[in-house]
Design a protein around this ligand. Structure first.
Ligand SMILES: [Ca+2]
Length: 128
């Protein structure tokens, strides 16, 4: 089984010194968090059998596969992603800390799972 994962946290923080009052801390709307991962399982085989008779998942010539990534296709190299970001602020791309609320947070999850488990029964060579 192959597992690839990553994490990225961008904190774009600033202080507005333009006013005569105390500096005003703010976050740019480019701040955010991305967690991504891909899991590829190949050559999956297992069985529930008594002697030569039973239910077999995969065999020597036709093994099972399982993929969790962006598109569920094991032949394309991509990762499923969980993203937390701030909604774009069209005025100046800044949010004062006092403005921050859950309504400004955008959460997104993109990914797909595919599973191919060939079943053989009652012997390892009898495909269903
Ligand atoms: Ca893929």
């Amino acid at each position: 089984m192959q597992i690839q994962a990553g994490a990225r946290f961008d904190l774009d923080f600033g202080l507005d010194l333009s006013g005569s009052a105390a500096p005003v801390p703010f976050l740019y709307d480019s701040s955010g968090l991305v967690l991504d991962a891909a899991v590829l399982g190949s050559n999956i085989r297992f069985k529930a059998a008594i002697g030569p008779v039973g239910v077999f998942i995969g065999n020597a010539t036709q093994a099972g596969t399982a993929t969790l990534d962006l598109d569920g296709n094991p032949s394309t190299r991509d990762r499923a992603a969980f993203t937390v970001s701030l909604r774009p602020d069209p005025a100046d791309h800044r949010y004062r800390l006092s403005e921050l609320s859950t309504s400004l947070v955008h959460i997104d999850l993109k990914g797909a799972i595919s599973v191919d488990l060939p079943v053989f029964c009652p012997t390892q060579s009898d495909a269903l």
